[in-house]
Design a protein around this ligand. Structure first.
Ligand code: ADP
Ligand code: MG
Length: 238
């Protein structure tokens, strides 16, 4: 287990600066949620932490390791996206095992990790199916399972529920909470759903136009928003 420290993260695409010096500390085992309007840089920040984008400035430290210049596979991170990106030709079991197989883990170790993740997510009975035979919620579980199997130090979730219908979104919220209780993995979770943020977060970070507006517990932000923007963003339940 390890904490995550992002210091002064900057990212430009051409002349456009998307991240304008973002610093975030996520303590070991903490569930931190990033909220903010569309286009404010949430995905860019997560992709940078994962190593899918190269920062223009700043640093990323996981535990004691500076990972700023490491490739994604060496960062100890697993990321789940809004689109689940499962391999359609592979079974659920094979999808979940994929990362460990690439890392040349032993077969017994892979089987054990897949079984354990399937148990946690209640998808034991789906292991031999292909993604096309699954519902949206089941697919999302498999995508999360694929992340768990790799036993990362850090989970990154980028709007993992936004493709699901409202009922399922609420149910999956509890799944994430339960997952976190069981595994305690340090998590950075992006959403634009205020209720989701309020329910799941130990701490919420409000991002606006590439900068942090406020950081606090859900209660602090709700009761003492730093400005009108935060108040409006978190105060109006959908
Ligand atoms: P969010 O996830 O908060 O909606 P993003 O991080 O996806 O925001 O995008 C932030 C800004 O960066 C947007 O204006 C977007 O158009 C721009 N952007 C993101 N990725 C790229 C890219 N690869 N090339 C150019 N601009 C990008
Ligand atoms: Mg995004």
């Amino acid at each position: 287990m390890a904490g995550l420290s992002i210091q002064g993260a900057r990212k430009s695409f051409g002349a456009t600066e998307v991240l304008k010096g973002v610093s975030i500390d996520v303590a070991d085992g903490e569930f931190t949620v990033i909220v903010g309007p569309s286009g404010c840089g949430k995905s860019t920040l997560l992709r940078s932490v994962a190593g899918l984008e190269e920062l223009t400035g700043g640093s990323i430290v996981i535990g004691e390791r500076d990972v700023t210049s490491l490739p994604p596979s060496e960062r100890g991170i697993a990321m789940v996206f809004q689109s689940y990106a499962l391999y359609p030709h592979l079974t659920v079991r094979e999808n979940m095992a994929f990362g460990l197989k690439i890392a040349k883990a032993a077969k017994t170790e892979i089987d054990k990790a897949v079984r354990r993740a399937a148990e946690i997510l209640n998808i034991e009975t789906l292991l031999d199916r292909k993604p096309a035979a699954l519902s949206g919620g089941q697919r999302q579980r498999v995508a999360i399972g694929r992340a768990i199997v790799r036993q990362p130090q850090i989970f990154l979730f980028d709007e993992p529920l936004s493709n699901l219908d409202a009922d399922l979104r609420v149910r999956m919220r509890y799944e994430f909470a339960s997952l976190h209780r069981q595994l305690g993995t340090t998590t950075l979770y992006v959403t634009h759903d205020q209720v989701e943020a309020m329910t799941l977060a130990d701490r919420i970070i409000v991002l606006r136009d590439g900068r942090i507006e406020q950081v606090g517990t859900p209660r602090e932000l709700y009761e003492r928003p730093a400005n009108i923007f935060v108040a409006q963003f978190l105060g109006t339940p959908r």
